[in-house]
Design a protein around this ligand. Structure first.
Ligand SMILES: C[S@@+](CC[C@H](N)C(=O)[O-])C[C@H]1O[C@@H](n2cnc3c(N)ncnc32)[C@H](O)[C@@H]1O
Length: 179
């Protein structure tokens, strides 16, 4: 591993919010993590990625430079839907949200390469989503192929669990379609 990366590792380590996240980062370095580490460092510089940002409630219009409606793709992974929808609907903005910087890197890099100015990424825990959006700031929420957590004992981990209050929350200005 290059010595240039060591200060970056330290910075990334300190930014981790929980011991579990710090442990995950260390395991990454201990294994085959150099590429991942480079990607973590890259997304710090990408203008279309915000990492645990502060003070973003009510500021997304400024971020995108327009007042187009915002769709969130939660647990976006590499952001395939945010990218695809962004290409199809340039009159809307899309934000892919995921915890994993390595996956976000892929989507954000594609968005930059294709100059998709209406597609952005937010790296955070979905559990903390309410910290990032003001009332009515989000027009739509998509959850595409989340981890299923099939066992009943794990039901509370499903992103569709009512505890997340994703679709009834004050920051989403529209109710979901009935199923
Ligand atoms: C099965 S993958 C689906 C990825 C993507 N939606 C797709 O269809 O390719 C689940 C994703 O959810 C993310 N994830 C799971 N729980 C999360 C949470 N609480 N906060 C943020 N991301 C989460 C994981 O990092 C992972 O990228």
């Amino acid at each position: 591993m290059s010595h240039d990366l060591l200060p970056k590792i330290k910075t990334l380590f300190l930014k981790k919010e929980t011991k579990e996240e710090q442990r995950g980062l260390l395991l990454t370095f201990a294994g085959h993590g150099t590429k991942k580490l480079q990607r973590f460092a890259d997304i710090e510089t990408f203008p279309n990625v915000l990492i645990y940002p502060e003070g973003m409630q009510g500021k997304w219009k400024e971020h995108f430079g327009n007042d187009q409606p915002i769709t969130l793709e939660l647990a976006c992974g590499k952001g395939d839907y945010a990218l695809g929808l962004g290409r199809m609907f340039p009159e809307r903005n899309f934000i892919g949200v995921d915890l994993k910087g390595n996956r976000i890197w892929r989507g954000a890099k594609t968005a930059l390469d294709e100059q998709l100015a209406n597609v952005g990424f937010l790296r955070t825990q979905i559990d903390h989503l309410q910290n990032y959006f003001a009332a009515g700031e989000v027009a739509e929420i998509w959850i595409t192929f989340p981890d299923p957590f099939l066992r009943a004992s794990k039901a509370k981990k499903r992103l569709t669990h009512p505890k997340f209050r994703l679709f009834t929350s004050r920051y989403c200005n529209r109710a979901p379609p009935s199923t």
